[in-house]
Design a protein around this ligand. Structure first.
Ligand SMILES: Cc1ncc(COP(=O)(O)O)c(C=O)c1O
Length: 354
């Protein structure tokens, strides 16, 4: 079976071979060498001079951790889909005061809306999902970061879970305080590892916040990082796989990787137009890693998924949460190529219910 889900995505044999290497002790010299070895490439990929941390958790662990570490007064959660909406709930479950900046599902978060909200409230942090995977919307990060420059005491926490490494996100240049991603999306690793980096400003804030807990305490990560280690026993297998993936990424070239994702995304867009479907996201704000197709033709989406699976061994997503059946999502993230996307497109042509 081949996954064309917007995460987890198919993992290559090379990556799995790296994942299966014999384990080493996580306090050993060999581990420290491995950890230290991948830092320069991770920093380049994050566009940061700060260390990049590895958390053995899915992304939500660090997304919740960012709230616990950085929110002292009140957080503004930018909400435009299932994952970004959930961050409000998570913030409140962490006992923090939180307010929504809610736009309709399918719309992006715009800089002006953010400025208006920040001018009204006493916020000390903002959460933003760069690429809302449930709706296929990519919010304009540069525009948002420009607005954030007017509020230097407000921390910007960005989830790049489904856009990281597929589009440019220069963390330092943009002034992002915490940038978070997960392993099972465009990095095409098995699920279970989250990666993040934090600004000096974020560490200073964390130092003033009580109740950061232990597992996701950013200052614990920083302390251990100084010795090329993680606070607790990490998934060493994931780190082997990550090293192998970094080799692939740098062999391809970061810029070429971005171009590849854009090209493959446009092949999917051509298919959508050819079959007279519509896009759920507006022009100019469409994700480059997945396409959320509006089911304006009212096709039998479960039949499409069944045909793809039974005739072609392909797994596709039939819409997330309240968009189930009203949309379906086609991923082009990870190791996909013109050839694999062409195979997908031929399979889609063959599997569309009449
Ligand atoms: C944009 C976004 N953020 C967060 C998550 C949550 O990631 P995880 O389930 O790996 O914690 C997802 C999962 O699909 C996602 O797409």
């Amino acid at each position: 079976m081949k996954l064309f889900l917007p995460g987890p995505v198919s993992v290559s044999e090379k990556t799995f071979a790296a994942f299966r290497q014999p384990l080493i002790g996580h306090r050993s010299g060999d581990f420290k060498k491995l950890y230290g070895r991948i830092q320069p490439r991770l920093k380049e990929l994050f566009g940061t001079r700060q260390p990049v941390f590895l958390s053995t958790s899915s992304a939500w662990g660090v997304m919740e951790g960012a709230i616990r570490n950085l929110v002292g007064k009140k957080v503004l959660n930018c909400m435009c889909g299932a994952f970004s909406d959930k961050w409000l709930d998570v913030s409140r479950r962490c006992g923090r005061e939180a307010e929504p900046l809610q736009v309709d599902w399918g719309q992006p978060i715009r800089g002006e809306q953010l400025r208006d909200k920040l001018q009204q409230g006493d916020f000390d942090a903002v959460t933003l999902i760069h690429n809302e995977t449930s709706t296929g919307v990519m919010s304009p990060l540069a525009e948002i970061c420009e607005v954030m420059r007017g509020f230097p005491d407000v921390m910007l926490i960005v989830d790049s879970v489904s856009s990281f490494s597929a589009v440019p996100i220069p963390m330092n240049e943009l002034g992002i305080d915490v940038l978070i991603t997960g392993s099972q999306k465009a990095l095409a690793l098995p699920p279970g590892l989250a990666l993040f980096s934090a600004s000096e400003k974020a560490f200073s804030r964390a130092a003033q916040i009580e109740g950061r807990g232990y597992y996701f305490d950013f200052l614990e990560f920083k302390r251990n990082q100084a010795e090329d280690m993680t606070p607790s026993t990490p998934s060493i297998s994931h780190i082997y796989a990550l090293e192998s993936k970094l080799e692939d990424i740098f062999a391809e070239g970061i810029a070429a990787r971005h171009v590849r994702h854009a090209e493959l995304n446009s092949l999917v867009h051509d298919w959508v137009r050819r079959h007279e479907f519509e896009f759920f996201a507006p022009d100019g704000y469409r994700s480059r890693t997945l396409t959320c197709v509006r089911n304006n033709r009212n096709i039998d989406v479960p039949a499409l998924l069944r045909n793809l699976k039974e005739r072609h061994g392909i797994i596709l997503d039939g819409g997330y949460g309240k968009l189930k059946g009203k949309t379906f999502r086609i991923s082009n993230m990870g190791d996909e190529t013109r050839e694999t996307i062409s195979v997908l497109i031929a399979a889609l042509d063959d599997s569309l219910p009449s």
